[in-house]
Design a protein around this ligand. Structure first.
Ligand code: B3K
Ligand code: ZN
Length: 854
């Protein structure tokens, strides 16, 4: 035992131990007397003991609270207080609990509970932050109505629900919808609003506001439009209306994640709501639209129906991610959204699912729940909903979800409740399908084919490797969308969904005149790894002809991957057939520019490393990086004649609009510029930089210049132009690292941590620098170990201030077993160093221990 943290074993919580709270919470009345270091919180809570309580103990969670007084039915009591909460002898009948506590919002750097950001008060209670505000049964299955009184000098005092009264120095709010404490929110600050309104389909008028710091008012219009579109979409697609008189969104600069769906008072990381053409990229606009939708959709999937316990987190997150993806597909291009989501799934969820942090979509144990807001819970959780919908069909899906809302409104539910509505409304047995929630790991789906006398057979076999704590895996239900093409590229079998349920299973197609070319796993119908012996010629054929745009892209992606692997392993030249195919595709004006931009997007270097690792090779990050450069240069030379023309054709004349078509055109234009920059001495990038009237083009040009090591002047100019804008400066910080040569990435990141505008206290800034370092594959994995060391230094420095953001960033090390033994030794020594830090948080300790246990 080397450290204090290691000496105190952290408690593990288990799904199997679920026991309901022994008391009903009939009502909650809170009064806040705000003061930066000495806020007083008075709670008046009516509890009624449950007659049949399995656990009759009265335990209220509470952490870092200074208890001033406690009363039961008006009489002072002396509870037993520990670091986790308090217990107290209580009456056997309904009673009023009153407590007064003092807390220190200005000293709260963990950004959980009530804290201060730029002089404003705000809260973050999910998952277990409410216990840092007052003593309470802080668990999602305890739901109650809340009335809140806020006393403070700030101009704007907000909480959940509807406003009751507003006077100088005071405001009262009442939320009529019973909710768990994690959805509580309070904001107080000198804010200004961007107001609007919405009339629901049943005629209810809703006041809408986006609250921001003075000066940011002109960055709210896009978010407001996204909110109104989301409200309309949820009425049309799911029949869900908004249920309060007011919906408030507040932008906060210091925030651990993207946003939070507190009832009627969503709190957003300012990077996920503030938008203007001059300061936000197309990607920012799209993300803002999606996150506003996501948080709004939680009003039904999360708030009206919540989770029984945190093991059920995917119940609200997987479903809400699925809903926001449907929304984006409807607002933009469905195939472009699907391709982007799969790129993201493979970049974040697949490595998690195949490494030491692998866990089921519904985990069965955790130490720190904040460590389980993962790509598995969110994105794989959403994939499961997509599979379910594909298996039962669109109409049956809608009927089942309607039943879910009817049956469970106002309840705290489980995955069993969710699957039951599908079983009841479709008559299907979902027992086997449920394995998707229980079994961790990404299934590998091997496929072989045969053709004889007009009959074409696909033989599938599914296998899932062992994951931590789960050595054996059972076969899952896998919906495999398949289409068949003939030699001319015509479809001879339109998309059909094969339902695989066995470990090995064959499917036959009769009456085919010749052996077809299969298009398997169309639209990426299941989150699996498809393994098939397939020639590059067949891939090129699918890239040219498949009617399923996802699989067209997939074929191109596989060609790109194989070309890189051959370059890395054999020193081969970039595959010329692939270069020919790309050349044809990029000039095909019938194809959506956004799609062409995705086809031109190289596979990530981390993906190549993973593919090499899976084939039994040890990936060399430097070689992978060099291959990427060589490939890009060769492609640029191949397209040399057409690049200026393509650049001109994809340049938009006239003002900036963030719509999907324009954004797609700019994405393609950016890809062309990055190729052109390799040939023209960065002239065009320099011209674009100075001519740009929007952030997308300015940043693309700057990135091209910096990658060519010709951006010194423009980078300095960018810094001067934007130094007052925190969100734009995050982009500048990230770009300095992302564009650095591999052997300088760590040194540049290190210098940036000494920049006057760097601060550990702002998660966005920390992520800009350290996230960019972790994402710089050859830089982070440079053989010197400087990248590993720098990240570890900064994680250790941040942990005492902000455990959540520290623990999240530890995932940079999760793929360490892919690399050679010197690198593994370097990484494990950094992980050990973090683990032995005195007073290490439970969050970081759990992450580092799990990664080390690989
Ligand atoms: N529910 C929040 C995430 C809370 C994270 C707590 N560590 C945002 C979202 O998923 O919508
Ligand atoms: Zn969510």
């Amino acid at each position: 035992m080397t450290s204090e943290a290691a000496q105190t074993e952290a408690e593990t919580f288990y799904l199997k131990d679920y026991t309901p709270f022994g008391f009903e919470v009939d009502s909650v009345q809170l009064t806040f007397r705000l003061a930066p270091h000495t806020t007083r919180v008075l709670s008046q809570i009516r509890f009624t003991p449950k007659a049949d309580a399995a656990d009759p103990r009265f335990f209220l969670h509470g952490e870092k609270l200074n208890l001033i007084s406690a009363k039961i039915d008006g009489a002072e009591v002396s509870p037993q207080v520990s670091a986790e909460g308090l217990t107290c002898a209580v009456p056997a009948v309904s009673f009023l609990w009153e407590a007064e506590v003092e807390i220190d919002p200005a000293g709260n750097t963990a950004l959980e509970g009530l804290y201060m950001s730029n002089g404003m008060y705000c809260t973050q209670c999910e998952a277990e932050g409410f216990r840092k505000i007052t003593y309470y049964p802080d668990r999602p299955d305890v739901m109650s109505t809340f009335s809140v009184r806020i006393e403070g000098d700030e101009e704007v005092l907000l909480s959940n629900g509807n406003p009751v009264c507003q006077e100088q120095g005071m405001a009262e709010w009442h939320d009529p919808w019973p909710k768990p404490a994690y959805l509580f929110a309070l904001v107080a600050g000198d804010l200004v609003n961007h107001p609007d309104s919405f009339t629901t389909r049943s005629g209810k008028e809703v006041e809408l506001n986006i609250w921001v710091r003075p000066g940011d008012e002109d960055k709210c219009a896009f978010g407001m439009e996204a909110l109104k579109k989301s409200m309309t979409w949820d009425e049309e697609a799911y029949g869900r209306e908004y249920d309060l008189d007011i919906f408030n969104i507040v932008a906060v600069d210091d925030f651990n994640m993207g946003a939070m769906e507190n009832k009627g008072l969503n709190i957003f990381n300012s990077s996920c709501v503030l938008a203007s053409p001059e300061t936000s990229t197309d990607a920012n606009f799209e993300r803002i639209e999606a996150i506003i939708a996501h948080e709004y959709f939680h009003n039904w999937t999360g708030n009206r129906i919540t989770c029984r316990d945190w093991f059920q987190l995917c119940l609200k997150e997987g479903l809400t991610v699925f809903r926001d993806a449907q929304f984006t597909s409807d607002m933009r291009s469905a195939s472009v959204k699907r391709i982007s989501d799969v790129i993201d799934l493979r970049a974040r969820q697949f490595p998690e699912d195949q490494g030491p942090l692998s866990h089921p979509v519904r985990p069965e144990e955790f130490q720190e729940i904040n460590n389980f807001y993962t790509a598995t819970i969110y994105e794989k959780g959403a994939e499961i909903i997509g599979m379910l919908k594909r298996l039962v069909g669109d109409e049956a899906y809608r009927a089942a979800v309607d039943l879910y809302f009817d049956r469970h409104d106002g309840q705290a539910c489980t995955i069993e409740d969710w699957l039951q509505v599908f079983e009841d409304s479709t008559g299907r047995d979902l027992a086997q399908f449920k394995r998707w929630y229980a079994q961790a790991g990404t299934p590998r789906l091997q496929v072989a084919e045969s053709y004889e006398n007009g009959t074409y057979t696909l033989n599938f076999e599914q296998k899932t490797a062992p994951t931590p704590g789960q050595p054996d895996k059972d076969p899952r239900v896998i919906p495999i969308a398949v289409g068949l093409l003939n030699d001319n590229g015509d479809e001879v079998q339109p998309t059909t969904v094969l339902e695989m349920t066995q470990a090995k299973q064959s499917f036959r197609f009769e009456g085919l005149a010749s052996k077809p070319v299969p298009s398997i796993l169309r639209e990426f119908s299941a989150p699996v790894i498809l393994e098939r012996e397939i020639s590059n010629a067949e891939r090129a054929f699918l890239l040219a002809h498949d009617s399923d745009l996802f699989n067209r892209w997939e074929a191109g992606n596989a060609l790109a991957r194989e070309a890189r692997i051959a370059m890395v392993l054999e020193g081969a030249a970039p595959d010329s057939a692939y270069l020919d195919a790309l050349q044809k595709l990029v000039r095909d004006d019938d194809l959506d520019p956004a799609f062409r931009a995705l086809v031109l997007q190289p596979p990530s270097q981390s993906d190549i490393a993973q593919a090499l690792f899976e084939r039994g090779h040890t990936p060399d990050p430097q070689k992978i990086g060099d291959a990427a450069e060589t490939f890009a240069l060769t492609l640029a030379q191949k397209l040399a004649d057409s690049l200026p023309r393509l650049y001109a054709d994809t340049t938009i004349d006239g003002g900036y609009s963030p719509d999907a078509i324009s954004a797609g055109k700019r994405a393609l234009n950016g890809r062309i510029l990055s190729l052109l920059t390799r040939l023209d001495g960065a002239d065009q990038a320099s011209r674009q930089y100075y001519a740009a009237d929007n952030m997308t083009q300015q940043l693309t040009a700057l990135s091209c210049l910096m990658k060519a090591e010709k951006g010194g002047v423009q980078s300095a100019a960018f810094h001067t132009q934007w130094q007052e804008d925190r969100l734009v400066m995050d982009k500048w910080f990230a770009l300095q690292v992302a564009c650095a040569p591999a052997n300088q990435a760590a040194a540049i990141a290190s210098d940036l941590t000494a920049h006057p505008l760097f601060t550990l206290k702002n998660p966005n800034r920390f992520r800009a620098v350290m996230g960019a370092l972790a994402g710089h594959h050859p830089g982070f994995h440079h053989s010197s170990g400087a990248g590993y060391r720098l990240l570890a230094d900064n994680l250790i420095a941040l942990d005492g201030l902000n455990p959540q953001t520290t623990a999240r960033m530890c995932t940079a090390f999760q793929t360490w077993k892919r690399y050679d033994s010197p690198r593994q030794a370097l990484i494990s020594s950094q992980l050990e160093r973090i683990k032995s830090t005195k007073g290490l948080s439970r969050d970081t300790n759990e992450m580092v221990s799990r990664i080390l246990d690989a």
